[in-house]
Write a protein that binds this ligand. Structure first.
Ligand code: MN
Ligand code: MN
Ligand code: MN
Length: 280
């Protein structure tokens, strides 16, 4: 079995449709997949149908944006009931937060002489989650900048007029949504937050206290020393271990579907905690 429990489709910021993602996962030998789009379940139904066709297991998934001590932290939910009211409320809250931020970006850009940016970005986003990349595309389209990179450099990047901080819920709130829906809460990519070891331990303690059950011991291709370090931390905090590619786009070999090492033997794999798991 190859479990890939962290992937994205074009329902959020991934490149492939949910169906194309599932087909690629099957081609790469993945046998159990979680589609974990940012703050949305919009791709789940299409992914489930494609998984049934492909003969692979689809585990319901999502990746929530949260904040902890002023930092942006991602919490993956796995194996929940997708129809649960708590998830629906959580997703609505996240959408409202994104909309508020996007409106503020639009107002700020208007002050800089760029009008209708919110409406333009919304149209460019279509069915996917509205974000800064859509504002960047709009700035290119209306001729304010020559390309997306310049859009970030002049208007949207850190410290620029369109750099608006987002207000995300606390870690414990998102963990609560996932658990109330019968799912498992997993701390995503612990190594990507640029924290000291003591800060990370503090986060792990708070996460576990909130009801979190696992951490991503593996996130894409990574060195064995990192896998080992995270596996030991998981053990130290009595947390199970998850693994995933964090796939977004083809041709990024370090995020290829299913293409990462195995969890160390001493870890408890998170899938053993999933409802309906058959211990083997
Ligand atoms: Mn992403
Ligand atoms: Mn993430
Ligand atoms: Mn991700």
């Amino acid at each position: 079995m190859i479990y890939d429990l962290h992937t994205h489709s074009n329902a959020s910021d991934g490149f492939l449709s949910p169906q194309a993602l599932v087909e690629r996962a099957q081609a790469k030998g993945v046998t159990a997949l979680a589609l974990t789009d940012h703050d949305t379940l919009a791709g789940q139904a299409e992914a489930a149908a494609a998984a049934a066709q492909a003969g692979i297991t689809l585990i319901p998934g999502i990746e929530f944006s949260t904040q902890w001590q002023g930092r942006s932290i991602h919490i993956v939910g796995l194996g929940f009931d997708p129809a649960a009211a708590s998830l629906k409320q959580g997703i609505e809250r996240q959408a409202a937060s994104r909309t508020q931020r996007a409106l503020t970006i639009g107002e700020r850009l208007a002050k800089a002489g760029i009008h209708n940016a919110y409406e333009g970005a919304l149209e460019l986003a279509g069915a996917s989650v509205l974000g800064r990349p859509h504002f960047a595309q709009y700035l290119v389209r209306c001729g304010a900048v020559k390309d997306v990179a310049s859009a970030f450099k002049r208007y949207l990047g850190a410290g620029k007029i369109g750099d608006v901080k987002q207000l995300w819920p606390g870690v414990e709130e998102a963990v609560g949504w996932i658990k109330a829906a019968g799912g498992l809460a997993v701390l995503a990519h612990p190594d990507k937050y640029d924290m000291t070891r003591s800060k990370l331990c503090q986060l792990l303690g708070d996460f576990r206290e909130a009801g979190g059950q696992a951490i991503e011991v593996i996130s894409g291709k990574q060195v064995n020393t990192l896998t080992d370090k995270l596996a030991r931390l998981a053990g130290q905090f009595s947390l199970a271990a998850s693994c995933g590619s964090d796939f977004h786009i083809p041709n990024q070999p370090w995020q290829e579907l299913g293409a990462f090492g195995k969890l160390p033997d001493f870890c408890q794999p998170v899938w053993q905690l999933l409802p309906g798991h058959q211990a083997s």
